[in-house]
Design a protein. Structure first.
Length: 280
């Protein structure tokens, strides 16, 4: 994706379309966004048909949609957004209490940019959306990054550092575990999150690192978020990574804005107190 394709993400007054069959939920999400993103213009829609009409009247910068709509579903809505003029690169976020199961079963299509789990709550939703429309750096946040390809590592490291992140790069799982072991049992885990490739040349790979973190070290998803990078298009293998405890996946080839957005969101979420879930 070229830089000009990201123009919609730099809008100082973003237009955010909120699509949900419930008027109450539309108002709830709209109020949260209006409070947290003061310059945002909210475009509420109750169905795919209403969304199509709104899109015909003007471009939007981001779309949130529930999974179930009166005249279709969120995946159908995402397709409608892609079909609208000048909307090809607009992020489409599915907001649902069932999003995780859809993610794990890989039922989302490429038209859906990302998903948000309702159980994470209002504040997290605002932070998630802000990450797309008004990304804010987290100075000093540390990312432990495991990648054995020097070329890929250099490019990815630069992506993250451009956004103020401190990258602790290790070429293998063994070296990364030595670093983490030195901080075992301490309040500071030695990093704020982990980013790892799946397939590595050493004896241990990304799956092993994930298992060590979740089972041996006992770090939960909020305590130490883990993003897994993979070029494996096999849906079953992707599902297995999520079930094993990955917070999210970043598919290769890596797109900078998506990588940074997911990274910053997981970092912010890990620092937030638990919130009550969004109303269904």
């Amino acid at each position: 994706m070229q830089s000009q394709d990201l123009r919609h993400l730099d809008n100082a007054a973003p237009r955010i379309m909120v699509v949900d069959g419930s008027k109450l939920v539309r108002k709830l999400i709209g109020d949260v966004l209006a409070r947290e993103l003061a310059d945002a213009v909210i475009v509420p829609c109750g169905s795919i048909a209403e969304a199509r009409e709104a899109l015909a009247n003007g471009a939007v910068d981001l779309v949130t949609t529930s999974l179930v709509l009166p005249d279709g579903d969120g995946i159908g809505l995402a397709r409608a957004v892609r079909e609208a003029a000048a909307q090809a690169y607009v992020p489409v976020i599915v907001v649902s209490g069932d999003a995780q199961s859809h993610l794990e079963s890989r039922r989302f299509t490429e038209d859906v940019t990302d998903y948000f789990d309702k159980s994470l709550g209002h504040t997290a939703l605002a932070a998630f959306i802000r990450g797309y429309v008004q990304p804010q750096p987290i100075p000093g946040a540390r990312v432990l990054y495991v990648e054995d390809s020097k070329v890929v590592a250099l490019a990815t490291k630069r992506m993250l550092e451009r956004h103020g992140l401190q990258v602790l790069h290790f070429i293998g799982v063994e070296e990364a575990l030595e670093h983490l072991e030195a901080h075992r049992g301490q309040e500071d885990a030695g990093t704020d999150m982990v980013l790892t490739d799946v397939y590595l040349k050493g004896e241990l790979d990304g799956n092993d690192l994930l298992a060590k973190l979740r089972e041996d070290f006992g770090y939960g998803k909020r305590r130490l978020p883990v993003l897994v990078m993979t070029g494996d298009a096999n849906a079953d293998n992707q599902s297995a990574l999520l079930r094993a405890g990955a917070n999210d996946l970043v598919l290769k080839p890596i797109e900078e804005r998506l990588l940074v957005t997911k990274t910053l969101f997981q970092l912010r979420l890990s620092r937030m107190p638990e919130q009550r879930a969004l109303d269904a």
